[in-house]
Design a protein around this ligand. Structure first.
Ligand code: CA
Length: 342
């Protein structure tokens, strides 16, 4: 967007820099235009996972509730839905970690996948003392808005099943990719990127746990396919850029690789150590969801455990790469470009 120097100054003077529109005038709030960022101003939200079903986009998030003395306090997963990507309906919580009888707390990153009319929620939680550390559960529902119930009665991935990391929270951030032939793959991991084939029932592994080296991988994988190319995004830490996470990506001609590192897609989220990608194609347009911690709600400032979900357009280049994503206040309240060319 183009700002004049005077409009920038008036925005800054108004203390509403993030609320300035492309006309350079401050809005009454940063949520004045549907599709502007951040998307939700009533609650803190993190780790966005979008899914399209029956003409609607469903967006699953963790409900950040950290107090001023807490790093994280995430007690439930929420879902929002929209039929135009700009006006969202809040459906409330779909599940909480203790709905898994074997889990104790921590509604960390999740994702929902549909198969054969049922919806599978893959979610990070803290396992109970029988296998301490983070674990991945899978729950199922007949509706995208839940409620979801444990599909197994046990964790799909427990900390003791993976031993490459020296810490107990390596088994986080599940993402499931279903290929055109119906094969489903589970990717996850902090510092180590693990993956395994899922069984057709979507609730068991169907092969060994393998690893993928995509340095500087940190966490938060997300996969999509476009025009025959596979895109694997992830949160990375390149300290020459920032000590806060950035989004990097890799591409491959098949889900089993070989993967080519493509570098940074977008830089750190404002005021946020973490960032987390989620992409979706809806009515012919691609979107990139992420979070930062720039928003204050009810006097509580954004923080590592008080994040806000945002969205931007995502553009694929003809050569199979992606265009860098700029993190903007206007988000998708403005029309997408008609051409993929910058
Ligand atoms: Ca482990």
């Amino acid at each position: 967007m183009s700002f004049t120097r005077s409009s920038w100054i008036s925005c800054i003077a108004a203390g509403l820099l993030t609320a300035c529109t492309s006309q350079g005038m401050p809005e009454s709030s940063s949520h004045g235009l549907p599709g502007s960022n951040p998307l939700f101003s009533e609650v803190f939200t993190a780790d966005p996972a979008p899914m399209v079903h029956d003409g609607r986009v469903y967006l699953y998030v963790g409900h950040d509730e950290a107090g001023t003395d807490q790093m994280f306090n995430i007690t439930e997963w929420l879902v929002f839905s929209s039929d135009d990507m700009r006006h969202w309906t809040a459906h409330g919580p779909v599940m909480k970690p203790t709905d898994f009888a074997w889990a104790s707390r921590d509604a960390w990153a999740s994702e929902v996948e549909e198969k054969d009319g049922r919806f599978y929620l893959y979610a990070t939680v803290e396992h109970d003392s029988t296998d301490p550390g983070k674990a991945i559960g899978v729950a199922v529902s007949d509706s995208p808005t839940g409620p979801f119930v444990d599909a197994r009665g046990s964790a799909l991935i427990r900390n003791s099943m993976t031993k490459m990391a020296a810490h107990s929270w390596d088994d986080i951030d599940p993402t499931v990719f279903q290929d055109d032939d119906g094969t489903a793959w589970l990717y996850w991991g902090n510092q180590i990127l693990y993956y395994a084939k899922l069984a057709p029932n979507m609730i068991e592994l169907d092969g060994p746990i393998q690893t993928l080296d995509l340095a500087p991988y940190e966490e938060g994988p997300w996969i999509h396919k476009h025009d025959g190319t596979y895109y694997l995004m992830y949160a990375a830490i390149d300290r020459s850029v920032s000590d806060n996470e950035q989004i990097h990506y890799a591409t491959a001609p098949s889900i089993t690789g070989p993967w080519t590192l493509r570098g940074m897609l977008t830089g750190p989220g404002e005021n946020s150590f973490t960032i987390h990608p989620g992409t979706v194609e809806f009515e012919g347009q691609w979107y990139f969801f992420y979070h930062d911690a720039s928003q204050s709600i009810d006097g509580l400032e954004g923080a590592i455990g008080r994040r806000s979900v945002r969205v931007e357009y995502l553009y694929h280049n003809a050569d199979g790469t992606l265009q860098m994503v700029a993190q903007t206040p206007e988000g998708i309240s403005i029309p997408p470009r008609l051409s993929s060319n910058p």
